[in-house]
Write a protein that binds this ligand. Structure first.
Ligand SMILES: Cc1cc2nc3c(=O)[nH]c(=O)nc-3n(C[C@H](O)[C@H](O)[C@H](O)COP(=O)(O)OP(=O)(O)OC[C@H]3O[C@@H](n4cnc5c(N)ncnc54)[C@H](O)[C@@H]3O)c2cc1C
Length: 746
């Protein structure tokens, strides 16, 4: 069993000595417990994964039952708050503000170490939790006991089109997005003169007649119909709210009379209820049923479809339909130190022998009882099976009506609705939230619901950045935050070995992009990228990159191609060639650049060179550079014009008046700011740059002043390689292996 590292403290260290203050009775009692071997004697660490109903209650109970010296409690949650799901429909319907249903975990859980991080996996054998750390690395934390309380995920994938076109309702963000969308439809309908289109805007389809489906349908119906008075162009007939349910009656958890009451009241309020109706597809236009009926509308809300969280899928433990199977005391099967509670677990209720339903009420009770069981296990006492007599169920159905079954007593109508609000107010996790919700509800009784549609989209994270020569765009080992496209300048891709030595892996220039591999694979940078010349790049944040690359098929193809090219570099097949070229500088291959023009040369000059000399590439140098270099030297490279560029150039020239065509300046036709090599670069970098771009040659400049020195040609390099291959004695095995291992991509 793991003793939580350096924090381990012997229990008896707390025994009161004469020199200390008078001990509390509890401390004395605990000393004797420990001395008698009743309590384990090291400080334990209990890790809870998930800060929802179950996890929060478990943490609270543990903190009450164990002192900080006995036990460190660590709670991981993806968000820094707990979401009170039962009130999400009210957020969607604008009766509540979003912050009222989200309670900050660290303010609620004094004495608990709250970590806003996502747990990737739990190694049950090693008793270690693995999590995505803030810096992009995978962190690990050993535990003595772990409680899995990560709930369920949303999975709309079982119905075609649902995940693309329907709103889920699981997070505060979902509720806010739905609310904003509903307000947007009201605004659209108000300014729409076409009646059919207006009705489409105001048609809402809710899929699923369980508690959340009924509540959200009731909320949307109330919200839209009550807001109509502020939209003079909208008539009551324009609005339709349809609840689609596959069963014979909605709310299957309730008794028949309550279901019937709910259906009757909802229909009276204007909601159509389609029973025994199964959705077969969702489109941007609405939903299709299995019997080929269609409900058109601009809004589909899906409250069915839960999935198994990845963490649970990865967990090596027995499962039933994706939920973790537990022993009666909520321990995972065959594991003394791992427990599971809430929606992600399959727990039999000893009260009636039935499986616990996935509700907040049960998750909370399981959280409390699992904490008691962990304390018992730590004290060597027998644990107890989960046992809970449910108090009842409530469901708000809209129009200040609710249905309730409380300890077998059935209530419906306004009284049930009032009780429903009172109970949930009481059940909210903190006083600050109770006051907030109470204030929102009081507002709702007196005033109309708020129609403000705050645009919460952040400014798109597409930015341009400039780097001076020597500046790093990112360094090896850093987390991947952006994707980059090079607009100007040349950059080096460098891999640093463990011994600190640097190796130039690639040289990239305008038109190239980089940084996608680490983003896609969600890992840290495997190489550094440093500006060689002044560089301008466009940077896309990870989320924008992910959205754009998902939406744009051509970009996806280009990325896939780039990744394939990077991972199937020619060196993989020819490590010996890489080894040879890695130690050969560009200077040993440089040749005079055969065709050079100044930037003020004309299209006709260029055409003459291509026509008479069978040239592939013309290098264009700037006049300022020429002047500085004097008659003997050459200017700084300003651009290149290749034979393949001619098609593009002809296109550009053809749109000009005939008289101006031959005199068109080459400055406006060349590809500016080309990729260049310096004399000190390796031939391997030059060869890779030409190979990945399909180029026959690259300009070579002097590192000191950037003036054109000559060019390096793929053909010359290959000739040298072939000569060496013919007499391979010069290759050292060690060098081959090193070179091969250094092939990489960022
Ligand atoms: C719209 C709606 C209305 C509902 N109404 C009611 C109701 O009226 N009454 C009722 O009793 N129940 C209701 N429920 C059900 C109730 O909310 C759930 O049963 C309850 O939330 C389950 O609690 P839990 O602790 O198991 O999981 P959750 O409350 O879902 O909490 C799980 C937490 O774990 C976090 N998490 C997940 N994976 C990881 C990971 N890998 N690393 C770190 N953190 C992770 C999540 O971010 C989340 O915060 C409703 C649910 C919804 C969606």
């Amino acid at each position: 069993m793991h003793a939580a590292g350096s924090s381990a403290t012997r229990e008896y260290a707390h025994f009161p000595s004469k020199t200390r203050e008078r001990p509390s009775l509890r401390a004395v009692a605990r000393f004797f417990e420990c001395s008698a071997g009743v309590m384990e004697t090291t400080r334990k660490r209990i890790v809870i994964v998930g800060g929802g109903f179950g996890g929060v209650q478990c943490a609270r109970t543990l903190r009450r039952r164990l002192t900080a010296d006995e036990c460190e409690i660590v709670l991981f949650n993806r968000e820094n708050h707990m979401v009170f799901h039962p009130l999400l429909p009210e957020v969607a319907g604008a009766s509540l503000n979003p912050d009222a249903v989200a309670a900050p975990l660290r303010q609620m859980l004094a004495g608990v170490r709250c970590r806003t991080e996502s747990v990737r996996a739990i190694d049950l054998a090693r008793q270690v939790v693995e999590f995505d750390a803030h810096d992009g690395h995978t962190g690990t934390l050993p535990y003595d006991h772990v409680v899995v309380a990560c709930g369920r995920s949303v999975n709309l994938g079982s119905v075609p089109g649902m995940s693309d076109h329907a709103f889920p309702l699981k997070t505060v963000g979902d509720a806010m997005a739905l609310r904003a969308h509903v307000i947007e439809q009201l605004e659209n309908a108000e300014v729409c003169e076409d009646r059919t289109q207006r009705r489409w805007y105001l048609s809402f389809v809710v899929v699923g007649g369980g508690f959340s489906g009924v509540e959200v349908a009731g909320e949307i119906n109330d919200f839209v119909r009550h807001s109509r008075r502020f939209y003079p162009n909208i008539s009551p007939d324009d609005i339709s709210v349809t609840l689609v349910h596959s069963g014979d009656h909605i709310l299957p958890e309730l008794t028949m009379d309550l279901r019937t009451f709910a259906e009757l009241e909802m229909r009276k309020a204007g909601i159509s209820i389609e029973l025994k109706a199964r959705v077969s597809a969702a489109t941007a236009d609405g939903v299709w049923l299995k019997d080929d009926r269609q409900f058109r509308g601009a809004t589909t809300v899906c409250t069915v479809g839960t999935g198994v969280p990845l963490l649970v899928e990865r967990l090596d433990s027995a499962k039933e339909r994706g939920s973790l199977l537990t022993e009666p005391d909520m321990r995972l099967r065959d594991n003394a130190h791992a427990w599971a509670i809430g929606d992600c677990a399959c727990i039999v209720n000893a009260h009636d022998g039935e499986l616990s339903p996935p509700t907040g009420q049960f998750a909370e009770r399981q959280g409390r009882q699992v904490a008691e069981n962990i304390v018992r296990a730590m004290r060597g006492e027998p644990t107890r099976p989960f046992r809970y007599k449910p108090l009842g169920v409530f469901c708000a159905i809209g129009g200040r009506n609710a249905v309730a079954d409380i300890l077998g007593h059935r209530i419906s109508g306004f009284i049930a609705w009032f009780l429903w609000r009172s109970v949930y107010l009481f059940k909210l996790p903190s006083w600050s939230r109770r006051v907030k919700v109470g204030a929102d509800w009081a507002w709702d009784l007196l005033f109309a619901r708020d129609l403000v549609n705050l645009k919460t989209d952040p400014t798109e994270r597409v930015s341009r950045a400039y780097y001076r020569p020597g500046d790093f765009v990112f360094r090896q080992g850093e987390p991947a935050l952006n994707f980059y496209s090079v607009e100007k300048g040349t950059l080096d891709v460098i891999r640093t070995s463990d011994d600190g030595s640097e190796q130039l892996v690639a040289v990239i220039g305008p038109g190239d992009f980089f940084g996608e591999m680490a983003l896609i694979e969600k890992r840290t940078r495997s190489a550094s990228v440093r500006a060689r010349t002044p560089v301008e790049v466009t940077a896309l944040g990870a989320q924008v990159f992910s959205r754009i690359s998902k939406a744009l098929a051509p970009l996806q193809q280009r990325l896939a191609e780039a990744i394939r090219q990077r991972t199937t570099s020619p060196w993989t097949r020819m490590p010996y060639v890489h080894a040879m070229l890695s130690v050969a500088p560009v200077s040993s291959f440089v040749e005079p650049a055969p065709y050079i023009l100044g930037v003020d040369a004309t299209f006709e000059d260029a055409l003459a060179i291509f026509a008479t000399h069978h040239a592939d590439t013309i290098y264009v140098v700037d006049d300022a550079g020429l002047a500085e270099a004097g008659s003997e030297g050459r200017g700084r490279i300003a651009g290149v014009l290749t034979r393949t560029d001619l098609f593009r150039v002809v296109d550009l020239v053809a749109v000009r008046p005939i008289a101006e065509r031959s005199g068109a300046s080459i400055r406006s036709l060349m590809s500016p700011d080309p990729l260049v090599m310096t004399m000190d670069d390796t031939a391997a970098a030059a060869a890779l740059a030409m190979w990945s771009r399909g180029l026959k040659s690259l300009p070579v400049v002097s590192g000191a002043n950037g003036r054109l020195v000559g060019c390096i040609r793929a053909e010359t390099i290959m000739q040298a390689v072939l000569r060496r291959v013919a007499s391979p004695a010069g290759f050292s095995e060690q060098r081959v292996v090193t070179a091969h291992a250094s092939l990489t991509s960022v």
